[in-house]
Design a protein around this ligand. Structure first.
Ligand SMILES: Nc1ncnc2c1ncn2[C@@H]1O[C@H](COP(=O)(O)OP(=O)(O)OP(=O)(O)O)[C@@H](O)[C@H]1O
Length: 606
C-alpha cells in the first residue's frame, strides 16, 4: 500500500469530504475561528496604540497622562487576546473530538460491512493506522491547524494592509520578500504532499509488520527467526525514517526561507525607514508602529511552514480515510428480500462457480450438490480442492461468481444478510477468539436468561465444560488479552459458538481437528444427536469426522464428482479410497473396513 502514485485530490476536494461530519459542529467551529481572529486583531491593535503614544507623549513636553492611558489600553488588549485564545480552545476542542469519534465509529462500522475479499487485500496495519493516527491527525488539524491557518493568513493580509497605511514604501519591501516565499511555498506543498502520503502509507505497513510479528511471535521464537524478523522490520523502519527525514528537510528548507526573507526585509525596511524619518517623510510613531506590526505579522509568517505541513498531512489522512470509506460493499441485502415461512434447511448448490479476485482461474466451477433438510453431509477432497472456499459461500462471506446457492429453494442472495446469517452458522478451521469472556465468545453479545440456557447447552454439546473450571467460570477473559487456551479448547469454544446460534444450516470446517480421540468421540456423540435437526455441511479431514455424516460429497478440482454414503463411495470410487487413505492418521486397510461396513449393513437388514 505504499503506492505514492495514487490519484491526488485537490485540497478543497479532500476537505469537502469532511463536510457531513463537520456540519453539526460548524457553528462552534465558526465561533472558534472568530475568537481566534479577534485575538489576532487585538494583537494588531497594540502597535496602533504605540503610534498614538509615541506621537503624542514621547517628545519634550508630551502629555504624561496619555502614557498611563496607553499602558492601560495595552493591558486590556493583552487580557482580551488571552481571553479570545482561551475561548477558541473552549469552542473547538470538544466538538472536534466528537467528530473524530464519529468518524472512527463510522469507519469501524464500514469495515464490518466490507467483504472478506476486501480484508484479504488490506493489511491490518493500514486499517489500524487509518482508524487511529490518521483520524487523530484530522482532529488536531480541525481543532487547531485549520483555524490558525485561516487566522494567520488573515493576520498577514490585514497586517500587510496596516503596514501599507503606515508607509507604502516600507510595505513594498515586505511584498517583494513575499514573492519568493509564495513560489517556494508552492514547490514545498507539491513535494510535501507526495512525501507525507508515502510516510503515512509506510507507517501503515510498519504497523502491519508489528501486528504480524506479535501475532506470530510463537512461530518466530520457535524457529529462532526473531533476528530475521528484526532485520526485516528494521529495513521497513529505516525506509520510514528516510521518508520522515526528507519530510523534515523539506520543511526545514521552507521554514528557513520564511524566516530569513522577512528578516532581510526587516533590515532593509529599517534602513529605509530611518532615512524616511530623517527626511521628514515618516513620523517616528509611524515607524515604530510599522515595526511593531511587522513583528506581529512575522509570527504567523514563520509558522506558515509547519501549518502547511500539518494541513497537507491532514489532507493525506482524509484521502486515506475515504479510500476505505469509498470502497463499496458488494455483498449487500436484496432490494426486495424474501423470508422463509417455515424453515426446513435444505441446501442446494446449483452450477456454482467461484474465483478469488486476484486469481486467474476458478476455484469452483459447475459445482452441484443437494443436501436435504436435516441431513449431515461431509465434504471430502484432497487439500486445495476448494472445500473451505465452498463453505464460505453459504453465509455469503464471498459471493458466487456464477450459479446459485439456495436454502429451501430460495436463492441466498434474496435474503437479507441478517436473516441469512441467522439461518446459517459457521465454525472455521482457524479458530478466532475475541479478547472477551467465554460467554461473549460463545454468544457474541446475546444477553438475558434464554442466552444463559443456550450457553450451557452449547458448551455441553461441544464438550467445552472446562470453561466452568476457569478462574472466573464462563466470565473468564480469553482470547488475545485473556487466558490462553489450548487448540482443542479454542476449537470447542468456536464449535459451541456455532451451535449456540441455533441455525437451520450448520457449516463446519474441520471443527474437531485439534481434539484428542476421546474428546472427539464425546463431541461426535453429542453432535450426532443435535445434528438430526440441523442441516450440516462439514469438511472432514479425518475419517472419524466422515463417520458423523449421513452422506459424503467428494470434491475434485472445484466440483463435486460423487455423492453417496461412506460405504457406497468406498466400494465404488477409487478416488474416494485414495482421498480417505491420505486422510487417515495411520495407514488403513480400506478393504477390511469395507467388509466390516457391509457386514454391519447386512446385519441391520439394509
Ligand atoms: N483468500 C484467498 N485468495 C486467493 N486464493 C485463495 C484464497 N483462499 C484460498 N485460495 C485458493 O483457493 C484454493 C482452494 O482453497 P481452499 O482453502 O478452499 O481449499 P481446501 O480444499 O479447503 O484445502 P484444505 O483441505 O487444505 O483446507 C487453493 O488453491 C487456495 O490457494
Amino acid at each position: 500500500m505504499t503506492d505514492t502514485k495514487l490519484k491526488q485530490n485537490s485540497f478543497l476536494h479532500s476537505l469537502s469530504r469532511l463536510f457531513p461530519f463537520l456540519k453539526p459542529i460548524l457553528p462552534r467551529l465558526v465561533l472558534g475561528l472568530l475568537s481566534a481572529l479577534a485575538a489576532s486583531v487585538v494583537a494588531l491593535l497594540v502597535p496602533q496604540v504605540y503610534q498614538v503614544l509615541i506621537n503624542s507623549a514621547l517628545h519634550q513636553g508630551g502629555e504624561t497622562t496619555s502614557v498611563w492611558i496607553a499602558a492601560g489600553v495595552v493591558l486590556v488588549l493583552g487580557a482580551l487576546e488571552a481571553l479570545f485564545v482561551a475561548l477558541r480552545r473552549f469552542l473547538v476542542i470538544a466538538p472536534s473530538t466528537m467528530v473524530e469519534a464519529k468518524m472512527r465509529t463510522t469507519f469501524f462500522n464500514h469495515l464490518q460491512n466490507l467483504t472478506v475479499a476486501f480484508h484479504d487485500r488490506w493489511g491490518s496495519g493500514q486499517l489500524l493506522s487509518r482508524a487511529m493516527s490518521d483520524l487523530n491527525l484530522v482532529r488536531r488539524w480541525m481543532a487547531f491547524g485549520s483555524i490558525i491557518l485561516v487566522v494567520d493568513s488573515i493576520t498577514v493580509v490585514l497586517g500587510t494592509f496596516l503596514m501599507f497605511t503606515l508607509s507604502w514604501a516600507l510595505g513594498l519591501v515586505f511584498v517583494a520578500a513575499a514573492i519568493p516565499i509564495i513560489i517556494s511555498g508552492y514547490r514545498f506543498s507539491r513535494y510535501y504532499r507526495e512525501v507525507s502520503r508515502k510516510s503515512q502509507d509506510q507507517a501503515g505497513d510498519l504497523a502491519t509488520a508489528v501486528e504480524e510479528s506479535v501475532h506470530g511471535i510463537r512461530v518466530l521464537k520457535a524457529f529462532g527467526r526473531s533476528r530475521e524478523a528484526l532485520a526485516s522490520f528494521s529495513g521497513q523502519a529505516e525506509e520510514l525514517q528516510a521518508t520522515e527525514i526528507s519530510k523534515a528537510k523539506s520543511l526545514a528548507r521552507f521554514s528557513m526561507i520564511v524566516t530569513l526573507l522577512p528578516e532581510l526585509a526587516l533590515g532593509t525596511a529599517l534602513t529605509l525607514g530611518v532615512l524616511l524619518v530623517s527626511t521628514g517623510q515618516l513620523t517616528v510613531g509611524a515607524l515604530v508602529a510599522f515595526f511593531a506590526t511587522a513583528a506581529v505579522v512575522a509570527g504567523p509568517v514563520e509558522f506558515i511552514g509547519p501549518l502547511v505541513a500539518m494541513s497537507l498531512s491532514a489532507k493525506t489522512a482524509i484521502d486515506r480515510h475515504f479510500e476505505v470509506m469509498d470502497t463499496e460493499n458488494t455483498i449487500v441485502d436484496a432490494e426486495q428480500p424474501k423470508t422463509l415461512g417455515t424453515v426446513r434447511g435444505s441446501v442446494e448448490f446449483d452450477g456454482v462457480a467461484f474465483r478469488y479476485a486476484d486469481s486467474s482461474s476458478d476455484v469452483l466451477a459447475g459445482l452441484n450438490l443437494n443436501i436435504q433438510a436435516g441431513e449431515t453431509m461431509a465434504l471430502v477432497g484432497v487439500t486445495g480442492c476448494g472445500k473451505s472456499t465452498l463453505l464460505q459461500l453459504v453465509p455469503r462471506l464471498y459471493e458466487v461468481t456464477a450459479g446459485a446457492i439456495r436454502i429451501d429453494g430460495t436463492d441466498i442472495r434474496d435474503f437479507t444478510l441478517d436473516e441469512l446469517r441467522t439461518l446459517v452458522s459457521v465454525a472455521f478451521e482457524d479458530t478466532i477468539l475475541f479478547s472477551s469472556s467465554v460467554r461473549d465468545n460463545v454468544l457474541l453479545g446475546l444477553d438475558g436468561d434464554p442466552a444463559d440456557e443456550l450457553l450451557h447447552q452449547a458448551l455441553e454439546i461441544a464438550q467445552a465444560q472446562f470453561a466452568y473450571a476457569l478462574p472466573d467460570g464462563v466470565d473468564t477473559l480469553i482470547g488475545e488479552e485473556g487466558l490462553s487456551l489450548s487448540g482443542g479448547q479454542r476449537q470447542r469454544i468456536a464449535l459451541a459458538r456455532a451451535i449456540a446460534a441455533k441455525p437451520a444450516v450448520l457449516v463446519l470446517d474441520d471443527p474437531l481437528s485439534a481434539l484428542d480421540v476421546n474428546t472427539e468421540e464425546l463431541v461426535e456423540a453429542r453432535l450426532r444427536q443435535v445434528l438430526t435437526e440441523t442441516t450440516t455441511l462439514i469438511v472432514a479431514h479425518r475419517p472419524s469426522t466422515v463417520a458423523l455424516a449421513d452422506r459424503v460429497a467428494l470434491m475434485e478440482d472445484g466440483r463435486v464428482t460423487a455423492v453417496g454414503t461412506h460405504a457406497e463411495l468406498l466400494a465404488g470410487n477409487p478416488h474416494y479410497r485414495y482421498v480417505l487413505a491420505s486422510l487417515s492418521e495411520e495407514p488403513k486397510d480400506l478393504d477390511s473396513d469395507l467388509e466390516d461396513l457391509e457386514g454391519d449393513l447386512e446385519g441391520a437388514g439394509r
